[in-house]
Design a protein around this ligand. Structure first.
Ligand SMILES: [Zn+2]
Ligand SMILES: [Zn+2]
Length: 179
């Protein structure tokens, strides 16, 4: 996990009363987030806001994070600017309390005894959730020619499949049908 800046929320003592709620917001200076095969580079910090609400057994964190990142088109590799608007969710069990039975282990944390919540994992998870599985410069991006590597968005390349050099390694694939 990237650690480009800390975001620590100090839970105020007033929040340890049922139904109390507090609002927090700030910026997270992040440089790069890796999402599977894709790298997202951020030129500016992302803006986050989180509301913490005391549900009795836990502090429920809800909020949002917004930022702009640049990644590469999955087809043509050109830079693509993606606006991210993620939804923050977290659940911090207070003291010896228990999480709801229907919650998986990875869906909640225990509130640290010092009352300091590290919000970076929540913010990063929210950004990751909003990142496209396949970032594209445009829905109809033509991609790169698999033979010569030319960017087909800039026009057709020289290697028309019909007059492919018979000695070319891909020529053997011609005429095969894939089901
Ligand atoms: Zn593209
Ligand atoms: Zn080509």
């Amino acid at each position: 996990m990237a650690a480009w800046g800390n975001v620590v929320i100090q839970v105020p003592s007033e929040l340890f009363a049922l139904a109390e709620s507090s609002h927090f917001e700030g910026e997270w200076p992040v440089d790069v987030i890796e999402a599977g095969p894709d790298s997202y580079r951020f030129d500016k910090p992302v803006a986050w806001s989180i509301d913490l609400t005391n549900t009795g057994d836990a502090l429920l964190a809800t909020g949002s994070v917004r930022g702009v990142a640049t990644t590469s088109c999955a087809r043509c590799l050109d830079p693509v600017v993606i606006e991210l608007d993620g939804e923050i969710e977290g659940y911090f069990v207070i003291g010896d309390g228990e999480a709801p039975a229907d919650m998986d282990d990875d869906e909640f944390d225990h509130l640290p005894e010092d009352g300091k919540i590290d919000a970076v994992p929540l913010i990063e998870a929210a950004l990751l959730m909003d990142m496209p599985l396949l970032p594209l410069c445009s829905e109809d991006c033509a991609g790169l020619c698999s033979t010569c590597g030319a960017n087909l968005n800039e026009g057709p390349c020289e290697c028309d499949a019909d007059d492919m050099d018979p000695l070319h390694p891909f020529a053997a694939l011609k005429g095969l049908t894939f089901e």
